[in-house]
Design a binder for this molecule. Structure first.
Ligand code: ADP
Ligand code: MG
Length: 370
């Protein structure tokens, strides 16, 4: 187990001096489960590979347990890595795959057996130890790759790069919980890379959201969901995604979508908007689908709209409707029948609204203040 400190880490790829990681800063506590998430090409794998020592750090400092390791060989960093491709040796049995690193370290045979047995048990691999990888399912192969990473008792940090991407949806959900349970038992510091925000939300102690080589926000799943710091985070986290509506706020605290449609901000929210000088300026209001609520009463902040599409997901509907020619989504329980073109009332829960500056893309005020 170990703590890590990443201080202003940069990566430039040669040739061309392409800047792909632009000042990565993070303090990771011993035993934390950290997830790097972001769209393809944002620099997640590059950052992970720099931590593993598989890629040079162009500038900045990487500490593992207070030791500067920029120039320490990959093999001496006490890091294990699990890849998307599993990278198992096809001609070796499960047992040999899992014990390979120990053999190289010249760990005695009896000691290897002692170490493999509990790990195989933990991962449900005991019946398969003699099999070759090709005789295993995708999920079992991924477990062997995990097992191989954790049998080494010198592992301080476990790195995983999209380890579940090759599995089908159902197995992915199952392996997700297995990895969470594994972490609870072994309590090793884990850095896990994924492009899947649901994986990030469900697995992480803290999430690092990356975009174009820049860290957009670091926080617990709840923090990044409830208080996204900018439009990218707001749109990337959550399914269906947050609704965004452009408009202006008047001196009475009304957010005007157009001449006839407006929503009243909460008093505290409005006070902060006013203090920051955003009256009559273009702003973007963000509101999550579950905060646009189907209702029967014409309360304040309730708009009459027409259902465009009602997607039934079993227990819930995604109600897609248009506001000022823009498709928005409300999420509600499927306790009533809904049809296209039906007229409905939707209440916008303005306590849950987020206001962003569309020019800088950042949140105008902190929602915690509410
Ligand atoms: P992610 O894992 O988030 O999808 P990567 O870290 O793999 O992103 O890549 C970040 C950026 O760096 C991408 O634009 C990618 O094309 C580029 N890149 C990755 N590896 C190399 C390399 N060896 N040489 C040059 N560019 C690279
Ligand atoms: Mg990658």
């Amino acid at each position: 187990m170990a703590s890590l400190s990443l201080r202003n880490i940069q990566k430039y790829y040669q040739p061309g001096n392409v800047h792909v990681v632009k000042g990565f800063n993070l303090e990771i506590q011993d035993g934390e489960f950290i997830v790097f998430v972001g769209p393809s090409g944002c620099g997640k794998s590059t950052t992970l590979r720099m931590i593993a020592g598989l890629e040079d750090i162009s500038s900045g400092e990487l500490y593992i347990d207070d030791e500067l390791v920029n120039d320490v060989d990959s093999g001496k960093r006490h890091i294990s890595m699990v890849f998307q491709s599993y990278a198992l040796y096809p001609h070796m049995s499960v047992y040999d795959n899992m014990s390979f690193a120990l053999k190289i370290q010249k760990v005695p045979k009896a000691e290897i057996e002692k170490r493999i047995a509990p790990v195989a048990e933990l991962l449900g691999l005991t019946p398969f130890l003699k099999r070759k990888p090709k005789a295993l399912s995708g999920g079992q192969r991924q477990r062997v790759a995990l097992g191989r990473a954790i049998v080494r008792d010198d592992t301080k940090v476990l790195l995983m790069d999209e380890p579940l991407s090759n599995l089908d949806a159902k197995l992915r959900v199952q392996m997700r919980s297995e990895i969470i349970k594994l972490h609870q038992r072994i309590q090793t510091t884990i850095i896990y890379v994924t492009h899947d925000q649901i994986e990030a939300m469900t697995m992480a102690d803290r999430i690092v959201i990356m975009y174009q080589g820049i860290t957009q926000q670091v926080g617990t799943p709840k923090q990044v969901y409830d208080y996204p710091e900018n439009l990218f985070v707001a749109s990337f986290i959550g399914t269906p995604g947050m609704n965004f509506i452009d408009g202006t706020i008047d001196s009475e605290g009304f957010f005007h979508i157009d001449k006839n449609i407006s929503l009243k901000l909460e008093d505290k929210q409005f006070e902060l908007i006013k203090q920051r000088g955003y009256i009559d300026q273009e702003v973007t209001l963000g509101i999550r689908p579950e905060d646009v609520i189907l209702t029967n009463e014409k309360k304040p902040n309730t708009l009459a709209v027409e259902v465009d599409i009602a997607e039934l997901l079993g227990a819930e509907y995604n109600i897609i409707f248009n506001l000022k020619e823009k498709a928005l989504i409300s999420k509600c329980k499927a306790s009533i029948d809904l049809k296209a073109h039906q007229k409905i009332l939707l209440n916008f829960d303005m306590k849950k609204a987020h206001i962003f500056d569309p020019k800088t893309t950042t949140r105008i005020y902190q929602k915690e203040i509410n």
